[in-house]
Design a protein. Structure first.
Length: 177
């Protein structure tokens, strides 16, 4: 298999490059949805969860990434992005933050590559440490919240246009962006 150079001069296999490309596509799907959520929805309360807003669900994605970057990678030199304020962050700020936490997630993948295909174990962790499970876990987490955001929009009477709701599933297109 041909190797390319990773972020810190680590040789990467085609499989590793594919994992990073898949992560980037997942991130792009999340960013796409945040960029296209109607601003009027952002501060709306989530039905049945009176202390949570649409924006807080979106911001949780970034903050969750940051927490895992800290617990898995900080002791190995992976820079931990700043958390966002769940109550105050606006979509443009969150998009920038998601870019930073996405880079942190890529650094975790590269760390896993450097450690034989496994991310370091955290004190508490509910997924196997191999990179395929790592990627699947985080893509599933974000997919859950993307679906939750689409559902909440519908529940609040602001169903997302088909182009947006279906757009998060256009991974072939998103992978090229």
């Amino acid at each position: 298999m041909a190797a390319s150079m990773g972020g810190a001069g680590v040789a990467r296999s085609a499989d590793a490059d594919s994992l990073i490309a898949a992560w980037r596509t997942n991130n792009r799907a999340t960013v796409f949805l945040v960029e296209h959520l109607p601003l009027a929805l952002w501060s709306s309360q989530v039905p049945g969860i009176p202390r949570q807003t649409v924006g807080m669900i979106a911001a949780h994605i970034h903050n969750s990434r940051c927490s895992w970057i800290k617990s898995l990678g900080a002791r190995h030199g992976v820079k931990v992005p700043r958390l966002v304020d769940l109550r105050r962050v606006r979509p443009p700020e969150l998009v920038k933050a998601l870019s930073r936490s996405s880079q942190g997630m890529i650094r975790l993948i590269e760390l896993g590559i450097a450690h034989g295909g496994r991310v370091p174990r955290a004190t508490w962790q509910n997924f196997p440490t191999d990179l395929h499970h790592f990627l699947s876990y985080f893509a599933a987490h974000e997919g859950h919240h993307r679906g939750q955001l689409c559902m909440v929009a519908r529940q609040l009477g602001q169903r997302l246009p088909r182009k947006i709701a279906a757009g998060v599933w256009q991974w072939t297109r998103l992978s090229r962006e």
